[in-house]
Ligand binder design. Structure first.
Ligand code: SF4
Ligand code: SF4
Length: 85
């Protein structure tokens, strides 16, 4: 059985990959480390972040991204998600 953990999440994000310029600032900015850079590139030729399970909706990525790639959606109530450890 793969290891899992429970996380409290207030929301999630969408990633507008076509506007990403591949600076990678968002990768270390994400506290639960659920963003990794893609192997594929967008139409401008840049790799972009991909979201893995465990986003807490903290908005750190939105604040650090110079190109407004992230949009944060808040859930009506915080929820508990089971994600890979
Ligand atoms: S909202 Fe927070 S947890 Fe979710 S991807 Fe952005 S930095 Fe990571
Ligand atoms: S911070 Fe923004 S522009 Fe930079 S890699 Fe992340 S999504 Fe792309």
């Amino acid at each position: 059985m793969p290891e899992t953990k429970l996380i409290k999440s207030r929301g999630t994000v969408t990633i507008d990959v076509e506007h990403c310029k591949g600076c990678e600032l968002c990768i270390p900015a994400c506290p639960p480390q659920v963003l990794t850079m893609s192997a594929a590139v967008n139409r401008m030729g840049y790799r972009y972040p991909e979201l893995h399970p465990g986003c807490t909706g903290c908005a750190a990525c939105l604040l650090v991204c110079p190109d407004f790639v992230f949009e944060v959606f808040r859930f009506n109530e915080a929820r508990i998600d089971e994600v890979p450890a």
